[in-house]
Design a binder for this molecule. Structure first.
Ligand code: DAH
Length: 339
């Protein structure tokens, strides 16, 4: 009995001293746990006289209940205290500035490419993407540029083997489309092209956007009308275009297309070198030999084609003076192209 009393007061003392739920739990286990002091007392009952056992058992049980009640009350108190501590110390100040995640942006070449696709898709063009590794036939021969043709020198070509090369122009896609599809044809072919060329405005890898329209009765006027629409959408509402005679083996006649300088409105400035015009693309009426090469009858069908450099358009549109900025991927540069 005496032992019980001291056990009770000791347990209470130990419990009261516990400051955290964890410490209290440990104290509780030393008394009420499976191998705790109460269990030990119950074990000892074996040594008592048989007739004393029920009374002893009841006492020990009372003791256990008292202890349990005591621990329970303490647990409640400590929990409350811990909660208050948390509420006080772990408070979030919702007026503090949040952590900002840096947002990615589309690369200017991707932006311009998407914009061009939007403009031309609006005029009914479909997208066809050709392979980046081409053979000489699609990249040159079928485009009326046979092996000894001087125009092959206009483009310094990376050869993969004697026959295969990295395409120098998306024009190769024109042939692939005309071989598969009968007119009317109205396709747009964006993609990477490669040339051994490297300075502030040329890069060995760049992007082009090719367009091809073949149908009955297509004329150069259709080309110019479409180009005006393109210039107004991509540059400015007041943009105009101008066709200058040029030469490409796959078109006849061939033209170089200038857009009125958006920077000075055509008056002449450093960007347009005082001319008021900026060259943006090559185009022309599809050469009848090219149509013939693809099994399209040039006496029935005519067509126009155009090809533009996407980097060049991006540089003009955003005032970028070095093409290398477009491949360096410096985020300080790229971040400026937020919507
Ligand atoms: N392929 C030419 C180049 O890379 C651009 C070009 C000119 C494409 C005239 C055409 C075209 O479709 O008709 O310089």
């Amino acid at each position: 009995m005496e032992e019980n009393e001291t056990l009770l007061s000791e347990a209470k003392k130990d419990a009261d001293a516990a400051e955290t739920s964890r410490a209290l739990y440990e104290v509780k286990m030393t008394y009420l746990g499976r191998t705790g002091k109460i269990s030990a007392l119950l074990q000892k009952m074996k040594d008592a006289a048989k007739e004393d056992r029920p009374a002893l058992g009841k006492k020990i049980n009372d003791l256990r209940m008292k202890l349990e009640a005591h621990f329970e009350a303490l647990e409640e108190k400590i929990k409350q205290r811990e909660l208050e501590y948390k509420l006080k110390h772990e408070r979030i100040d919702v007026t503090m500035p949040g952590k900002r995640k840096r947002e990615g942006v589309l690369h200017p070449v991707t932006r311009v490419k998407n914009e061009l696709i939007d403009v031309f898709a609006g005029m009914g063009f479909e997208i066809y993407e050709g392979p980046e590794i081409e053979n000489e036939y699609y990249n040159f021969t079928a485009l009326n540029t046979p092996a000894d043709h001087p125009a092959r020198d206009m483009q310094d070509t990376f050869y993969v083997t004697d026959e295969f090369l990295l395409r120098t122009q998306t024009s190769a896609a024109q042939i692939r489309v005309m071989e598969k599809k009968k007119p009317p044809i109205k396709i747009l072919s964006p993609g990477r092209v490669f040339r051994s060329d490297d300075d502030a405005t040329h890069s060995p890898m760049f992007h082009q956007m090719e367009g091809l329209v073949v149908d009955k009765g297509i004329t150069l006027c259709d080309l110019q009308g479409m180009l005006d629409e393109f210039a107004r959408s991509v540059f400015s509402d007041s943009s105009k275009t101008r066709l200058r005679p040029s030469y490409f083996p796959f078109t006849e006649p061939s033209v170089e297309v200038d857009v009125s300088c958006a920077s000075c409105g055509g008056k002449g400035c450093s960007l347009c070198k005082g001319t008021g015009w900026i060259e943006v693309l090559g185009a022309g009426m599809v050469n009848r030999r090219v149509l013939e090469n693809c099994g399209v009858d040039p006496d029935v069908y005519t067509g126009f084609a155009f090809g533009m450099g996407i980097e060049r358009i991006a540089m003009l549109k955003y005032g970028i003076n070095n093409i290398k900025l477009l491949t360096e991927n410096d985020v300080r540069f790229l971040e400026q192209f937020k919507d």
